[in-house]
Design a protein around this ligand. Structure first.
Ligand code: PA5
Length: 466
């Protein structure tokens, strides 16, 4: 497994002192990084945080694989009902290892496809149902809390759709639930209806759960080799506990991103994969970085409103959409390129001699070479404009590297949380909106929020716009 981190274009020597870091700043802050590592490791050892242990939990993987083996060949579609951390990890894996929708053609005859219902747009849900055959669909409902309104409502519709076709008894055999072992209404329902159920540990937060049953169950059900994914993540975990910043890319990247955010005010991070297969991972990362680091208070209760806004951009596609802004707009961003060294097929461009300058130099070269040339060229251009940027490079996009990269990103986020002195593992900020929704939808116990919402509407109605 080979993943590299290149921070050179974050340095003042490349982008100037106003935007880049000095070696002295790095040297002075290094003890903070080592303290972050030490503190996080101590907490993980005491099981406060569970994600570092997931690659080593062999029994969960084994029971998922046994079940996948048992049901193999009985379905052509896995319908995943989940949202946030209960959907994005599965999408990242599916996109990386089966290909981005809708170009999964090469795999479509051999393996089941994955349909992810992660929204409650009625048109989307109804279109999705029409695209699936209930007799050939296995439903996987995933929710750590077992109570997320979007997941519960979509699941009730999907369950009904299955039951109408198969009858209640058979439908229950086609539903897999992934949730918390000791709490929640989904767990209760799964038990009473007899669904096959897998659990994720309580100390693993939703956005850190891709390597738990939340990500591994749908991945195994579409035929991915989850043992290899976990092996890559296990190897990366070993590196993430090292003190040597040259090998611990997660800690090194966290330190650089921490300094570029807090010392140079780069409040936006653009995750810039040059690989369509890593596009799902970029969206998974967006949630991880945003929800983990966007916090009002630090661990001492001081108001800090911490965070860095993650943006996903796709190379080269977004060079023709976003790069004008990135080059000439506000210099408030740091760019993290995600490159891939080796593609399964480099994509040879036919050798032609047409006598046309725009065509002939490309003939005989490869798409992989062009893609990587454009990534390097964009990095150089941003650097010339004093826009700090760095790069992760994966040797290839396969199970081992994707597992390793997901784990690297989770460690980086955890270390960043330590450096910022915030709790990267809660998400209080999403609760108020959820409570208003419960109030608006008439959930018992949320009458107070329904009242608060009415007051808000009244306040709105008094605003006069001339
Ligand atoms: O990171 C988190 O905890 C959240 O984003 C959750 O993943 C998301 O809200 C979905 O929660 P649940 O799995 O309980 O449906």
């Amino acid at each position: 497994m080979r993943i590299q981190f290149d921070p050179i274009n974050l340095y003042a020597g490349m982008v100037g002192e106003s935007h880049g870091l000095t070696p002295a700043e790095l040297r002075i802050a290094r003890p903070e990084a080592l303290a972050a590592l030490r503190d996080f490791q101590a907490a993980a050892r005491q099981d406060v945080y569970g994600f570092p242990h997931l690659p080593f939990q062999k029994s969960t993987a084994t029971s998922i694989l046994d079940y996948a083996e048992e049901v193999r060949g009985t379905y052509d579609t896995v319908c995943l009902v989940g949202i946030g951390g209960s959907a994005l990890g599965a999408w990242a894996l599916d996109c990386a290892l089966r290909g981005p929708h809708p170009v999964q053609g090469r795999f479509s005859k051999k393996f089941p496809r994955l349909v992810i219902l992660d929204n409650v747009d009625p048109t989307f849900i109804l279109d999705a149902l029409q695209s699936m055959d209930p007799r050939k669909t296995l439903v996987c409902v995933a929710a750590k809390s077992g109570a997320t309104a979007e997941t519960v409502s979509a699941f009730l519709i999907v369950r009904d759709w299955l039951e109408n076709e198969l009858g209640a008894k058979k439908a229950r055999k086609r539903i897999v639930a992934v949730t918390s072992e000791h709490r929640g209404d989904l767990k209760e329902m799964a038990d009473s209806e007899g669904y096959t159920t897998f659990y994720l540990p309580e100390n693993v937060g939703g956005r850190f759960s891709v390597l738990s049953a939340i990500g591994m169950a749908p991945a195994a059900l579409i035929g991915l080799d989850i043992k290899k994914v976990l092996a890559g993540a296990a190897e990366m975990t070993g590196l993430c506990w090292k003190k040597d910043l040259k090998v611990n890319h997660a800690l090194n990247a966290a330190l650089h991103h921490y300094l570029i955010l807090t010392r140079r005010g780069k409040s936006v991070q653009v995750a810039f994969p040059y690989s369509n297969r890593l596009w799902g991972t970029a969206f998974w990362f967006r949630q991880l970085w945003a929800e983990s680091l966007g916090k009002a208070l630090d661990k001492d209760g001081k108001q800090v409103n911490a965070g860095q806004t993650p943006v996903a951009a796709l190379g080269t596609t977004d060079q023709h959409s976003q790069v004008q802004l990135y080059m000439e707009g506000p210099n408030d961003k740091v760019f993290t390129f995600w490159g891939v060294d080796k593609f399964e097929n480099a994509g040879g461009i036919p050798k032609v001699k047409t006598g046309r300058a725009a065509f002939d130099y490309l003939g005989g070269q490869t798409l992989a070479k062009l893609l990587n040339a454009e990534r390097k060229a964009t990095a150089a251009a941003l650097t010339a404009q004093q826009r700090p940027n760095c790069a992760f490079t994966l040797d290839r996009v396969d199970e081992v590297h994707v597992g390793a990269f997901l784990q690297l990103m989770e460690f980086e986020t955890a270390f960043m949380g330590q450096l910022l002195n915030i709790d990267a593992f809660n998400q209080e900020g999403v609760e108020l909106g959820k409570k208003f929704t419960f109030g608006l939808m008439g959930r018992r116990g949320y009458e107070e929020f329904s009242q608060q919402y009415k007051a808000y509407e009244q306040k709105r109605s008094k605003i006069v716009v001339r």
